[in-house]
Design a protein around this ligand. Sequence first.
Ligand SMILES: Cc1ncc(COP(=O)(O)O)c(C=O)c1O
Length: 437
Amino acid sequence: MTKEEIILANRQYLFPSVFHYFKTPLVIDHAKDQYVWDADGNQYLDFFGGIVTVSVGHCNETVNAKVHAQIDKLWHVSTVFANEPQAALAKRVAGITPSGALTKSFFTNSGTEANEAAILAARCYTGNSEIIALRHSYHGRSAMAMTLTGQSSWRLGPPLTAGIVHTHNAYCYRCPFGLQYPDCGVKCAQDVEDVIRTTTSGRVAGFIAEPIQGVGGFITPPKEFFPIIDKIVRNYGGVFISDEVQTAWGRTGDRWFGIEQWGVMPDIITSAKGFANGSPVGLTVARPEIADAMKGVTISTFGGNPVTATAAKAVIDFIDDHNLASNAAVVGGYLREKLEGLKDKYDIIGDVRGMGLMQALELVEDRKTKTPAVAATAQLMEAARENKLLIGKGGTFGNCIRITPPLNISKADVDEAIVRLDSSFAAVASMMKVSHG
Ligand SMILES: Cc1ncc(COP(=O)(O)O)c(C=O)c1O
């Protein structure tokens, strides 16, 4: 198919809700390591890593070799038959969860399903049904996951499911209470008790949060936030669910899981995306007594698929063997410095935030009013494409740039990305100058 035929077929044969970045969709043809090539043969530096999925580089040779071997050995059996790749992956995951305490896994195909299973397990275990989620969150596309999601633009269709309420996140750049950290006393976290008392039955099944909100624009709470909430939620009978679809596998630096940066022991962790470098795998891993509370039988046709389970274990091994969590801390710190440098240069950058190789820029029209620079964010995306740099967009207001390159990039890759980002900001600044006369 030609590039034009691909774009046309997308328009004709896909649900129109399947949106693409850019005014003219970018058709990707192939990829290797930190680079992708479009249908015209142009090479791009991929600083979005697919969509926060390519943890160890596109078409990683070590991972792919193991996947190729597995495809020719056993492709599919479903969860009703035991197979080695699923068992080996479950054992590997159990060995690296915080304190080795989350030992039982349920594998599915996506982050959405992983969260469905987590909420079900929390409800079965506690006997309660109500769930507390965070505003600005994103948890997936099923009716339940859209209800967990705290952004109207991702909640499609008629009213969703019951039993879920939303509390404030620590969006310090736009504090919902108009306060300033640390003088605020982390009021947003303390408020959870009020939320439980006033908007639930007082008996909750659990709290679910992304340690750093991905789609929400990498909102990164202060260190006290999750420990305070953890304590409150436990007092009301709930468990702590960490949605690590974006933050797991070393992305935040030095730790396997994002929530470990806050020193909280979660009861359930969910993941997907970077878990298998882009192959479809969803993970729900829980303390054994929680997994055991899901009585009865269940099945996942593609869950624990031998090929994708092989990919996921190969990714974990690769991250471990190459110390990529510490690379994420070191190269991520370097990236952060460079982004702060861009903030000094361009007024449009209101906030730089994130951890490790998960960094975001929030763009504003004016640093005092903090009016989201929505149009300029779209322009920056187009300019970065022109400069052959792929970055992500996000944020509740559509004004955040998300940067999540593969975990095995070097400082030289960061230098190259910053040159391209700098040129892109310069292009946007000159466009804005022209439009303001
Ligand atoms: C934090 C988080 N949870 C859940 C999901 C849903 O994952 P999936 O698209 O694999 O269903 C996403 C997807 O972006 C996510 O970022």
